[in-house]
Design a protein around this ligand. Sequence first.
Ligand SMILES: Cc1cc2nc3c(=O)[nH]c(=O)nc-3n(C[C@H](O)[C@H](O)[C@H](O)COP(=O)(O)OP(=O)(O)OC[C@H]3O[C@@H](n4cnc5c(N)ncnc54)[C@H](O)[C@@H]3O)c2cc1C
Length: 412
Amino acid sequence: MQILISGASIAGPVLAYWLSRRGFDVTVVERAPALRKTGGHAVDLFRPAMEISERMGVLPRIEDYATGTTSLTVHRPWATRPAHIDYLKLIAAVSDRHVEIMRDDLSEIYYDAGRDAAEYVFGDQITTISDDGNVTFEHGAPRRFDLIIGADGVHSGVRRIVFGDDVPERFLDGYLSVVSVPKSLARDGDMIGYFEPDRIAMIYTADHLDDARAVFLCRPRRPLDYDHRDVARQKDQLRSVFRGMDTVVDRWLEEVERTPTFYFDAITQLEMTSWSSGRVTLVGDAGYCPGPAVGGSTSLAVYGAYVLAGEIAKTGGDHVAAYANYERTMMPAVLGSRSLARVNAKTLVPGSRWGVRALVGVSRAVSILPLQLKQALARLNRKGIRLYDNMPLPTYAESPETIAAQGTLRSD
Ligand SMILES: Cc1cc2nc3c(=O)[nH]c(=O)nc-3n(C[C@H](O)[C@H](O)[C@H](O)COP(=O)(O)OP(=O)(O)OC[C@H]3O[C@@H](n4cnc5c(N)ncnc54)[C@H](O)[C@@H]3O)c2cc1C
């Protein structure tokens, strides 16, 4: 059975790994000319994504590449001294199994895990998909596939082809930008932040990085006239929102023009109630992005890819049954991460001085509570901050032999 996946970032390579391992012929087409080592922010892997990575045998490598951030120093314009927050203890309240890693490192690790078993085609993209599985590409020759899966992110091309431009989505009133800047501007292990109502700027680096990443989060009073393809305009908008925040932040902004890597996106959440049609389904941000930086999109993408591959294998490639099971299994996590992201978008970038005080105060308080108390409090809130740790991880048969045995059992 031939399966085509569009997108090779996080969801795509994880899905390719699990499908090939279960005996399917997998092709991955990625629009970028090579695996995108183009910066981006650190992303979080919570318990289920850690366990999936462990089952893939890549957890030690992921842990080697962890960012190693241990503290957060917060400057506020009205405070004479910065606040110091124990970052590790803060994260321990959210998850008891977690790692923070750069998106590009994680993508490469997942890609390396499955690259030999799948065909990867870079620098191309799908242009049309017919009901019987015939696919045309921008550059390559047309081919037929039994299943076609969009893992091509929040601006998914597969989603546009199959569902059109008008899918339900909700703008969470914010924007995220990540800029690669010289490493000398940051301190190893300590994330430095400047917090004000409606805008937050932070910088951090990691031992193994040659650069540092400046992260900008804002919730302007009026939406920006934003186009996700117009990088020059995004850079101007970023500078105009953040200029004058602090001389240190102005220094980071000087790098925007010459940075080799620049990420900017509106914090938008998809609200599709179903993301499959015929032979096609979506995985990760393409189908259910809760919003960049606010809803645990990376863990959800890893989880989704694992569940989708498992359901396809379990049903022997019967896409009607597999996609229905996949959507049913994912729905609680998708809905939970949507509501968590809506809350996070407001609390992470407060709209008032009071809100900034509360955010910093609560973060400090949580970071100094004893671990057991922190975890006991968090456990009371299984649908909130502990959502990701509590997503149930199904177990699927792992090898083609086991699947064949399962098939025999089913037909008996
Ligand atoms: C370069 C980059 C930087 C990022 N930086 C951040 C960040 O700083 N903060 C944050 O919260 N999230 C960031 N993200 C998004 C984050 O990776 C995802 O939210 C999450 O990891 C889920 O991953 P995904 O695989 O579903 O989607 P994504 O990581 O968005 O990956 C989608 C992949 O599909 C490819 N693609 C897009 N369109 C097509 C097409 N038409 N045909 C073929 N391939 C296509 C893209 O090049 C990309 O490799 C970034 C994504 C990318 C690609």
